[in-house]
Design a protein around this ligand. Structure first.
Ligand SMILES: *Cc1c(COP(=O)(O)O)cnc(C)c1O
Length: 290
């Protein structure tokens, strides 16, 4: 199969004025209309390589995850079936599909609700492995992700050196920050958005240790997926300044940039904007914006 029309690389780096400061933004949200952000980087390995005999991908995770949506794009491009296990599909979402869930369905994903979770679900999914099936773990926390993130590193390294910049990006599993740090010659700064500092340290060790990102403390402990009015207003301010960021990680990311008064940074926009609709609706209800 010829994937040349699917070369996903060289997203632009653009200037961004925000709250009277100047930042450089690596626009990985613009890598491709749909298959973009750090999930595209993580799954680039699967896009660029041939997998003779493979007919399907099986994965699992939450019903609105960016990884699920990106895998559904990958499978569409590769003409593979995509089967995805999730703990819970709310009735409302089933009847009114939206965001990443809708896009995945449109791409032909077979999203299956299961009562299994945690280790039991992982074990079950792994047991489905055969010669025709690739198993891709939740969120793409896989060594294969180094391939595409190294490519991202190559696209920013010279620019960061030339302009004397540090690189900043918010972390979930820390996989993107870790492999980026491994393959650039400048300091990479990150903030934990899912676990805490110790969780990230463990992840970095598990991924291979060595040169690891610097972990910054957030202004306060924000719980992942919880609504914080101040983070919504920060996100809205960013949007009005010209760039829409994701609503789960980036508000914590930018709040950390402001809290530590970071200057001379290259901020990595990791995509995820398609998933904003659900969070946005929750904020609109909570803050009575509509
Ligand atoms: C998945 C994701 C992250 C977290 O990436 P990790 O490699 O798990 O740290 C951050 N931002 C966005 C928009 C994401 O989709």
């Amino acid at each position: 199969m010829n994937n040349n029309s699917w070369r996903i690389e060289n997203s632009p780096i653009t200037p961004f004025f925000f709250q009277n400061n100047f930042y450089h933004i690596k626009r990985d949200d613009l890598l491709n209309e749909i298959f973009n952000g750090n999930k595209a980087r993580k799954f680039y390995y699967f896009l660029q390589n041939e997998f003779p005999g493979i007919k399907r991908v099986i994965s699992f995770g939450s019903n609105q995850s960016n990884a699920m949506m990106s895998l559904s794009e990958l499978c569409k491009i590769k003409k593979w079936d995509f089967i995805y296990y999730t703990n819970h599909i709310p009735k409302y979402l089933r009847q009114n599909p939206e965001g990443n869930y809708l896009k995945a369905l449109q791409n032909g994903a077979n999203i299956i609700e299961t009562s299994l979770n945690g280790e039991k679900l992982i074990k079950f999914v792994k047991s489905l492995k055969d010669e025709e099936t690739l198993i891709i773990e939740e969120g793409g926390r896989v060594k294969e992700s180094e391939f595409g993130i190294k490519k991202l590193a190559e696209e920013v390294n010279e620019y960061a050196l030339k302009h004397n910049l540090k690189i900043f990006l918010p972390s979930g599993t820390g996989t993107t920050a870790y492999f980026l740090s491994k393959h650039v010659n400048v300091e990479v700064l990150t903030v934990p958005c899912v676990g805490d500092e110790n969780y990230l340290k463990k992840q970095f060790k598990w991924l291979g240790g060595g040169k690891t990102p610097t972990i910054l403390k957030p202004r306060k402990k924000y719980h992942y997926g919880k609504l914080y009015p101040e983070l919504y207003y920060l996100w809205d301010d960013l949007k009005n300044s010209g760039i829409e960021f994701d609503l789960l990680y980036d508000p914590v990311g930018w709040d950390t940039v402001l809290y530590h008064n970071l200057k001379d940074i290259l901020y990595i926009h990791q995509g995820g904007v398609l998933g904003n609709i659900t969070m946005l609706k929750r904020y609109e209800r909570k803050l009575k914006l509509k």
